[in-house]
Design a binder for this molecule. Structure first.
Ligand SMILES: CCCCCCCCCCCCCC(=O)SCCNC(=O)CCNC(=O)[C@H](O)C(C)(C)COP(=O)(O)OP(=O)(O)OC[C@H]1O[C@@H](n2cnc3c(N)ncnc32)[C@H](O)[C@@H]1OP(=O)(O)O
Ligand SMILES: CCCCCCCC/C=C\CCCCCCCC(=O)OC[C@@H](O)COP(=O)(O)O
Length: 272
């Protein structure tokens, strides 16, 4: 009986292996499926620990979530090379902005995430099963992207409380995933938030995934991601009239860094 199960298991694994070798689409779907499975299982394991240790929804749970998510890279063959972490070594609140390429970004986020830092996420994520639960427990700030007014109100509330709560807030200013090797134009919410709270903006840039991850080409192999935490941009004394300039400045710096980290120096020159 047990031998029968073993043979079945071996047969299924062999079939999956052959399918993966033969079809890039199957290979891609299985690898992404595996990542999602890691997220679902990792969240299911982390949630009770968060509840037992910290009792409910709090940014302190991010340490537990980070410990779990940081192991995922070993299962997927993804590695990170991080520079500039000293730029996070500042007391007090800040807005962190970074490029957003894929759902895989959760690994890169957790690789560098400073203490007491929450993310801004779309509210739909709340309903993603155990992943939604863990995101809720981690204190993620949910916004409704379909309603500018409501998103602005949530951000304004965060601006009022983040100094007292002493938290950093991580925003993806492109507002959505974008895996083209370039940046989408930045939305201004993160920069309004920084100016309203009078806190610095710290940009974080991840090199382009396109050499090892491209959903359009069913490409997902192992790969190395370069990450750079850039020096903080001060906002003391800036007003809402300065938000566009601040957004542009940050966009240009991040785009140059993205091209440099991804090995496309000519495009970096074009953008300056
Ligand atoms: C195991 C698994 C574990 C998982 C790990 C857990 C970690 C979880 C991680 C979760 C990761 C989740 C990752 C994710 O889910 S990423 C997706 C969700 N995140 C975002 O969308 C964040 C970025 N978006 C923004 O910041 C947008 O600006 C928002 C959403 C706020 C509005 O966007 P919208 O498209 O509606 O409007 P607009 O930007 O064109 O702006 C329109 C006008 O309003 C002005 N304006 C904007 N904002 C403000 C403001 N605050 N005060 C005053 N004014 C403001 C603005 O200047 C403009 O005016 P003008 O300049 O044209 O005159
Ligand atoms: C009962 C419902 C069950 C639902 C189960 C869903 C299981 C989900 C499984 C794995 C998901 C792993 C994702 C980790 C978190 C990803 C966060 C993320 O990257 O969100 C995308 C968002 O930034 C931008 O969204 P769009 O690019 O605009 O779209």
């Amino acid at each position: 009986m047990e031998l029968g199960w073993l043979l079945w298991g071996a047969g299924v694994l062999l079939l999956l292996h052959v399918l993966m070798e033969l079809s890039p689409a199957v290979n891609f779907a299985l690898r992404i499926g595996f990542y999602c499975l890691l997220c679902v299982v990792g969240s299911a394991l982390a949630a009770p620990v968060c509840l037992l240790v910290n009792g409910g929804r709090t940014v302190k749970n991010m340490r537990i979530i980070k410990t779990v998510v940081k192991t995922f890279k070993y299962f997927l063959g993804v590695r990170f090379e991080v520079k500039g972490l000293e730029n996070f070594e500042m007391e007090g609140p800040a807005i962190i902005v970074s490029n957003h390429q894929s759902i895989l970004d959760m690994m890169g986020l957790m690789e560098v995430l400073p203490d007491d830092c929450v993310q801004v996420g779309k509210k739909e994520l709340m309903y993603a099963g155990t992943v939604g639960l863990i995101i809720y427990l981690g204190g993620v700030i949910f916004i409704n992207r379909k309603s500018t007014t409501s998103a602005k109100m949530v951000m304004a509330e965060v601006a009022k409380t983040m100094a007292a709560d002493n938290v950093k807030v991580w925003v993806y200013p492109e507002g959505t995933r974008n895996c083209t090797g370039d940046l989408l134009p930045f939305k201004k919410g993160a920069f309004h938030l920084a100016v309203q709270a009078q806190v610095p903006v710290i940009p974080v840039v991840y090199s382009s995934f396109t050499t090892f991850y491209n959903p359009k080409k069913n490409l997902f192999t192992s790969g190395k991601i370069k990450v750079e935490v850039l020096p903080a941009i001060e906002t003391k004394g800036l007003t809402s009239g300065d938000v566009s300039d601040l957004t542009d400045r940050c966009f240009r710096t991040m785009r140059e860094t993205l091209f440099r980290l991804s090995g496309c120096p000519s495009e970096a020159k074009d953008s300056s």
